[in-house]
Ligand binder design. Structure first.
Ligand code: PML
Length: 237
């Protein structure tokens, strides 16, 4: 199996990214699909596209997706209240939740922020953040999500990220798309992947925050978590 990663930017500003795990015979078609995606993103036309193809040597972990639930909200205020409630139920304090929304609303992060329960950011580089890599959603799951209207093309990528990070011990994830017109975001916890409509207004920025229970000075566990998020291969069945 091979991991394929695509990252596109314009003058160092992130435009889009994609990530999957495929069989050898699927490499070519997947790379074409990713390049097409990079060139047609509504964030603009990139002047840098990086595609990386690597053989996976580590054992791949196959797991079931988090249960997906959609919560319809008709405005941003209600949507954010729903998201906050889910996060509060995980024991995350109000000020830390507010901090997470601030990070996301500021935008322009390439990866996710790692926020601990005292409000310290643990990612070594704040512009780069941490990127969850080496993940893929099975064809069966993709089909199930789309055919049954459980989610969209964006859900397909996001469910893989959310399921992997929760499996690696992250308490919760808060995510808003960096695509300006995609206003459905989500909160993922061990209980499920909660899609929340209107979590931002059109034109607003996006990003990801992972809430973690690791102390600021615990370099060993921070390092291990980042390595696993980036390199441990997962296929969501
Ligand atoms: C992103 O653009 O990567 C974020 C995707 C959010 C998906 C929410 C959903 O399931 O619709």
């Amino acid at each position: 199996m091979y991991s394929i990663k695509m990252r596109a930017s314009k003058n160092d500003k992130h435009i889009s990214g994609a990530e999957t795990i495929v069989k050898r015979e699927e490499i070519e078609s997947t790379v074409n699909k990713f390049i097409k995606r990079a060139l047609s993103h509504e964030n603009g036309t990139p002047n840098f596209i990086n595609v990386k193809i690597e053989e996976i040597r580590e054992t791949i972990k196959y797991i079931d997706p988090l249960p997906i639930k959609t919560i319809e909200c008709n405005n941003k205020e209600k949507a954010r209240e729903v998201a906050k409630n889910i996060l509060r139920n995980q024991g995350i304090k109000e000020n830390i939740i507010e901090e997470a929304f601030k990070i996301i609303d500021k935008g322009n992060m390439r990866g996710a922020s790692l926020l601990n329960l005292e409000g310290h950011r643990l990612e070594p580089n704040r512009d780069r953040g941490v990127r969850v890599k080496c993940i893929s959603t099975s064809e069966e799951l993709k089909e199930k999500i789309l055919k049954n209207n459980i989610g969209t093309e964006r859900t397909i990528d996001a469910i893989a990220i959310a399921t992997k990070v929760i499996d690696l011990g992250i308490i919760a994830e808060l995510c808003l798309s960096d695509n300006p017109t995609y206003t459905t975001g989500y909160v993922a916890t061990g209980d499920g992947y909660y899609r929340i409509t209107n979590l931002k207004n059109k034109g607003e920025s996006g990003g990801r925050v992972f809430f973690v229970d690791i102390n600021k000075g615990d370099c060993e566990n921070i390092g291990r978590l980042i390595r696993d998020l980036e390199n441990k291969p997962y296929i969501i069945k």
